[in-house]
Design a protein around this ligand. Structure first.
Ligand code: ADP
Ligand code: MG
Length: 284
């Protein structure tokens, strides 16, 4: 029979929508024993929908409009959920919006100082909030107006169709599975349980994701990291095999990655590893 070889491996991967940026990565994936994954956009669709709105003063519409006004300046999947839910906004002056990495947004809407993000964002500004926001099993966007907690919006994301099958296949290949997320631990635990993921860490800032991967490398794990977000580029660079979801992914992450999965399916992570193994068996 014709040996698959490195070129054949790259070709086979490409037919499966997997781009290896060098034939050396076919070899690297055979050494992986741990697959570390981002949650949003990697295991979940990254398409959120608003579930509920809780306004301290009872005016839910006004809370949603303020949040949507500031979120209109963000490209985060959370932002699209809130702007879509709010519908068309009128008479909103939005200025000085700043994205605070891993936490959310700060800006001015009609002259009011608005914060919209996770509870870490409000902690950073020493603003206290209703603890029921922290306990929600859905993703929560907590909102403050002029330094005072004003309520929260819950949003939920769906698992990708093949996420469960992908994790099962990783375990069949004896790979350890780890999920890292900037989202709340309660949400992360729910998803990890649904998928049977070995270890899951939430409430992570981008630099905490780097620390987690460094710690795993320090104990000898050989890591494939799979991500999609802007914040994922440093971890993708640090991993033995950096993998990017190419469809929804940010340019920086795709640029940094060793392997790009074009159609965003997590099951393709397993396909990539299997193609590496197949190539190596035939080469050696
Ligand atoms: P991940 O992809 O793991 O969710 P991110 O760094 O993209 O990590 O986001 C981490 C968290 O920061 C989100 O779960 C959310 O709580 C908050 N966040 C980020 N951007 C926004 C935004 N535009 N609006 C509200 N919250 C945000
Ligand atoms: Mg992400």
């Amino acid at each position: 029979s014709i040996p698959l070889g490195y070129f054949g491996g790259i070709g086979l991967a490409s037919k499966n929508g997997i781009l290896f940026k060098g034939s050396n990565f076919l070899d690297v994936v055979t050494q992986i024993n741990t697959v570390v994954m981002d949650k949003t956009g990697t295991l979940t669709k990254g398409v959120f929908n608003v579930q509920s709105v809780v306004a301290v003063n009872g005016d839910e519409k006004e809370l949603v409009n303020l949040a949507a006004a500031i979120e209109s300046k963000s490209s985060h999947p959370i932002a699209s959920a809130i702007t879509a839910y709010a519908g068309k906004l009128s008479n909103m002056m939005v200025n000085e919006v700043e994205e605070i990495s891993g936490k959310g947004l700060k800006g001015l809407v009609n002259g009011k100082q608005i914060l919209a993000g996770n509870t870490k964002l409000l902690d950073q500004f020493s603003i206290s909030y209703d603890q029921s926001a922290a306990g929600e099993e859905d993703t929560v966007v907590v909102i403050a107006i002029d330094g005072v907690y004003a309520g929260y919006i819950t949003i939920a994301d769906e698992l990708k169709e093949d996420a469960l099958e992908a994790i099962k296949a990783m375990h069949e290949l004896k790979l350890q599975t780890v999920m890292l997320s900037g989202d709340k631990q309660a949400v992360v635990n729910k998803i990890a349980k649904l998928l049977g993921i070995d270890k899951a860490f939430g409430d992570l800032l981008p630099e905490n994701k780097v620390e987690k991967v460094e710690a795993l490398k320090a104990v000898g794990r050989r890591i494939a990291f799979v991500g999609d977000g802007i914040n994922d580029a440093p971890v993708v660079a640090l991993a033995d095999a950096g993998i990017a979801m190419g469809g929804l992914g940010s340019d920086a992450t795709i640029e940094t990655a060793d392997i790009v999965i074009q159609n965003d399916q997590p099951s393709k992570i397993v396909t990539a590893i299997k193609i590496g193994r197949l190539t190596k068996n035939i080469v050696w």
